[in-house]
Design a binder for this molecule. Structure first.
Ligand SMILES: [Zn+2]
Length: 467
């Protein structure tokens, strides 16, 4: 881990030299500058958001560089979106920050330089360290609770010490320091929220392992009110696990019969809504948790029902975010539109000659068509799915398999179709990921939609299970 930290610092020096002229120019007109270079760009634009609010978008220049000149910005967590990738960046007024990243190896290649870079490189460093220790932690789950806690606490301490050392050498503002601390803390806390469930699964124990009174002691330190953290991934991921765990245990205690929890998903998700409602006051955190619970519930609830409608009504009464309400309504409408015997939704696609077609145009009028999805970003999945489709085509010649590509640039998609010699008559490019994801409810890599002519047979099929 130390080695890679040095590597980051070394690279910093290099990128700072090559890009320094463009940041000097920018500083003359604006108080805050954020710019950089994207190697192997996958789209023409970079879009900047603060929390989930749009801030600005800029086009890449001929050298694949971008520049945001910002005035009077709110300090905090931003993210920039270079479709299909998304990356977080912490900005403070007066920063002059440069990013360099290579889309072929996104997280690993991202390096910041300039004023404000310390915290951003540190957050990446912490993210990579966390990824590195994940297989280790996976093994710890089978240990007994005390041993497990000890291991997790020592990993936590290692990183806290790293942060302390880092703070000695670098100037970090109080708020950015808090951000780094939260990243370390909540990543550790998540593992403890997962522990009872993972331990039970790993060991095959019939009931949940008894936990010592001190096991959840860290819960006293949880900060439910710091708006700076709301969109910090480890913090939000922790909240999802925390409320999931609490809902499960509450239900087990209050509603279970013969130690069997109520398996009804509506019931369980109502517990979650109620817990968030009673414990979280900070509006943004409340609303994104409500949204998350609603999406989670609806995505697994494939049939429109009275229960689903009741759940949505409950969600609407709790959420104060109109965009979230509209999003959930749209999601539910899409689920209704994917029911058997409904016509395929209107989705615009492009073929490899650049012609606009619709999903209805490419459905086979005589055979059943299976629509599946892939993206260039997930290479392993792409190769697996290719192999699997070839097998399915041999096994089920009376089916027609159509691949829809998402989250890739059009030229990149075309070159992959060439490289892997895919059938151009059966491969199409989807430009609007969000729209297609929502209309076809793409909630997993193996999701597929089966249609007969242009009428849906199974809107929630699985490439590995449904045929
Ligand atoms: Zn219950």
């Amino acid at each position: 881990m130390e080695g890679s930290l040095y590597m980051v610092r070394f690279l910093l020096g290099l990128t700072l030299l090559s890009l320094v002229s463009c940041s000097e120019q920018a500083q003359k007109q604006s108080t805050t500058f954020f710019g950089g270079e994207i190697v192997n760009p996958t789209s023409d634009y970079v879009v900047l958001y603060h929390n989930d609010l749009y801030v600005d978008s800029v086009k890449l220049d001929a050298n694949n560089r971008f520049a945001f000149n910002l005035d009077k910005i709110e300090q905090g967590l931003y993210h920039f979106d270079h479709t299909p990738e998304l990356q977080y960046v912490y900005l403070e007024e007066g920063d002059s920050l440069l990013a360099r990243l290579n889309t072929m190896e996104f997280d690993e290649s991202l390096v910041f330089s300039g004023k404000g870079s310390e915290i951003n490189n540190l957050l990446i460093e912490l993210f990579l360290a966390h990824e590195e220790e994940e297989p280790l932690v996976e093994d710890y789950y089978s240990m007994n609770p005390d041993e497990f806690s000890e291991k997790i606490d020592s990993l936590h301490e290692e990183k806290s010490n790293l942060l302390k050392d880092f703070a000695l050498d670098n100037e970090l503002s109080e708020r950015s320091m808090a951000m780094a601390e939260a990243t370390i803390d909540y990543n550790a806390y998540i593992t403890k929220e997962k522990y009872p469930f993972y331990h039970k699964r790993k060991t095959g124990e019939v009931t949940f392992h008894n936990l010592p009174d001190t096991f959840y002691d860290y819960r006293k330190n949880i900060d439910l009110g710091n708006a700076d953290f709301t969109y910090l991934k480890p913090y939000f991921d922790f909240m999802k696990w925390h409320f999931g765990n609490m809902a499960y245990m509450t239900c087990l205690e209050d509603c279970a019969t013969e130690d069997q929890p109520i398996s009804d998903r509506l019931h369980f998700n109502k517990h979650k809504l109620a817990l968030v409602d009673s414990l979280v006051q900070q509006t943004d955190l409340r609303d994104i948790l409500f949204r998350n619970i609603a999406i989670d519930y609806l995505l697994k609830e494939h049939n429109p029902s009275k229960e689903s409608q009741l759940f949505i009504d409950k969600f609407r009464s709790l959420s104060s975010n109109e965009d979230h309400k509209a999003e959930i309504d749209l999601l539910y409408k899409s689920i209704q539109n994917l029911q058997p015997n409904t016509t395929l939704p209107n989705i615009a696609l492009k073929d490899s000659d650049g012609n606009e077609v619709t999903i209805k145009d490419v459905a086979d009028s005589k055979k059943n068509t299976v629509f599946y999805f892939w993206t260039a970003a997930q290479k392993k999945h792409f190769r697996n799915v290719n192999k699997h489709i070839t097998e399915l085509e041999e096994k089920y010649p009376h089916y027609n398999f159509v691949g829809i590509n998402l989250r890739t640039s059009y030229p990149q998609w075309k070159s992959l179709v060439e490289e892997y010699q895919l059938d151009k008559g059966k491969q199409f490019y989807g430009e609007n990921f969000k729209e297609i994801q929502m209309a076809m409810i793409i909630d997993g890599l193996n999701k597929c939609v089966i249609a007969k002519d242009t009428v849906i047979v199974d809107g929630f099929a699985d490439l590995y299970k449904s045929l």
